[in-house]
Design a protein around this ligand. Structure first.
Ligand code: FES
Length: 107
């Protein structure tokens, strides 16, 4: 099962195991990782699951789809080229070891 490391804005890192096929948002919620709110439950309507994909993982994670890209316009923290909504990142073995950085706020 793939592992994912969340790095908080204060530098704290938490590494947890994801269920295969679970989103990076659900994985954070189920493992008590704070910093991701996921208010809409993955429905792509809240933008409170914003993360910054570590540069080394950008290619494997891929780019946001058009509807996600539009929602990224509404994130609370600064949007970067590596911004993604974690509810749209599906954890698979190909992403084992993924590193996601959390913004300092989701609202
Ligand atoms: Fe609402 Fe990701 S959880 S957009």
């Amino acid at each position: 099962m793939p592992s994912v490391t969340y790095i908080h804005s204060d530098g704290r890192a938490e590494t947890v195991t994801a269920g295969d096929g679970d989103s990076a948002m659900i994985t954070a919620m189920q493992n008590g990782v704070d910093g991701i709110v996921g208010e809409c439950g993955g429905g792509l309507v809240c933008a409170t699951c914003h993360v910054y994909v570590d540069d080394a993982w950008m290619e494997k994670v891929g780019a946001a789809a058009t509807d996600e890209d539009e929602m990224l316009e509404g994130v609370a923290a600064e949007r970067s080229p590596n911004s993604r909504l974690s509810c749209q990142i599906k954890m698979t073995d190909a992403l084992d070891g993924l590193v996601l950085r959390l913004p300092d706020r989701q609202f």
